[in-house]
Design a protein. Structure first.
Length: 136
């Protein structure tokens, strides 16, 4: 199996989307190894606060502090995919599920205690989550 090293960005840099890797100091950052063919735009994020994306439903996907997300900013967001988004009023990128209902698009947290965000022109999708890795 081919393993690829992916740089770990911080959540502020993640707001830059396809330009995120250009803003990571590749000499000093951490890396994670993932299976697959290298993509120079992919980067990882370490979850430091997962409350919004922890589901209370045991049968649903959930995400935990210290999980790593692998983001591909070249992929297009489609219904039900997990994404990273830049919201102007937030200093850091946010992590949500991309939901399309008719002609309206939402960013949905898995934790129902958080608000669903209706997509606007000011919100930028920074990348699609293509993998989740947990440290054992």
């Amino acid at each position: 199996m081919l393993l690829t090293r992916v740089p770990v960005a911080d959540w502020k840099i993640a707001k830059k989307g396809i330009k995120a890797v250009e803003n990571i100091n590749l000499n000093t950052c951490n890396y994670i190894a993932i299976p697959g063919i290298p993509n120079p735009y992919q980067f990882a994020l370490k979850i430091v606060s997962a409350d919004a994306m922890q589901s209370s439903m045991p049968h649903l996907q959930t995400f935990f502090v210290n999980d790593y997300l692998v983001i591909d900013p070249t992929q297009k967001a489609v219904d039900s995919k997990y994404i990273i988004a830049a919201i102007p009023e937030n200093e850091e990128a946010i992590f949500r599920q991309y939901i399309v209902e008719g002609s309206t698009t939402y960013l949905k947290p898995l934790n129902t205690q958080y608000d669903i965000i209706k997509m606007t022109d000011e919100i930028n999708i920074c990348g699609v989550i293509i993998g989740k890795f947990t440290n054992l």
